[in-house]
Write a protein that binds this ligand. Sequence first.
Ligand SMILES: CC(C)(COP(=O)(O)OP(=O)(O)OC[C@H]1O[C@@H](n2cnc3c(N)ncnc32)[C@H](O)[C@@H]1OP(=O)(O)O)[C@@H](O)C(=O)NCCC(=O)NCCS
Length: 293
Amino acid sequence: MLDDTFLLDAFTVRLGDIMDVEPDALHALSLSVGWPHRAEDWQLLREVGQGVVALDSIGRVYGSAMWFPFGDDFATVGMVITPPRLQANGGGLWLMRHALARTQGRSLGLHATEAAHRLCLSLGFVDERTVYQCQGEATMPPDVVPPAKAEVRDLRPSDFAALCELDRRARGADRANLLASLVARSRGIVLCREGNLEAVALCRPFGRGSVVGPVIAATDEDAIAVVLPLVTEHAGTFLRIDTGQMEGDFARFVVLCGLPVYDTLTQMSFGRPWVPEAAGAHVIYALASHTTG
Ligand SMILES: CC(C)(COP(=O)(O)OP(=O)(O)OC[C@H]1O[C@@H](n2cnc3c(N)ncnc32)[C@H](O)[C@@H]1OP(=O)(O)O)[C@@H](O)C(=O)NCCC(=O)NCCS
């Protein structure tokens, strides 16, 4: 039986709902571990996910864990945080167990930081691949030859259904709710051939600047074509892109845009893998966020 209270160091914390907490308190929590999220970034996550927090007797926040149900059988877990002063007291495990209890029956995906990796392994998650957090002050992208017979243009509201379908095929889960929240905050670029949407990249304000993601495409060439206008627009400002690609033209392009690898994470799963075996040709070139994949 999972307890709703926990002795964290010298005092007892109780479980609360993340929706009942002021965004500023969550912002302070993520700042304490050096994460760049603004209160607005937490707000987006609360729009599409659910979560628990650890609260002391006067309602101060001492930890968080969130989960994001996508479709009937999959969810991602993230925003698992305990303040540095209180780490290594079992609080992270307690919060994770509550997140797992609330997502029981679903396959799970997460992106583990180095600090969380052993904790996740101990809970039965398995490693899938490395994800590279690339960031820096964006430079003007190098000249590239545009893909043949393709139209590259801004995302339109009428593209939304095709965007959701592309994402579902690449991610193996229905993420329409997440995509609606992202599109409302993002500039989007699509690549079409004969009227069919074949690649997409979104870019929105996040943390210290902006983040490019998700990026979905079938080839490096198409992925570059949709990311290029977004990097051009943000040249001279702080930009981030989280990608599983470390070799090939897309990875080289990211570095040439002034976005070197800043950190790595481990993509992990519990139950079925992130992308089912039967997945099609389109892949996720860049994540919407570590938390949602
Ligand atoms: C990752 C994170 C949430 C872990 O939180 P935590 O409160 O330290 O977690 P726990 O205390 O449950 O477990 C952490 C370690 O302390 C150990 N530990 C737990 N209780 C302990 C105790 N009473 N005494 C000594 N060690 C203890 C655990 O065995 C674990 O060791 P391991 O990592 O070597 O396996 C925390 O480090 C954090 O917020 N990091 C920054 C944000 C982050 O990276 N989040 C993860 C996103 S995926």
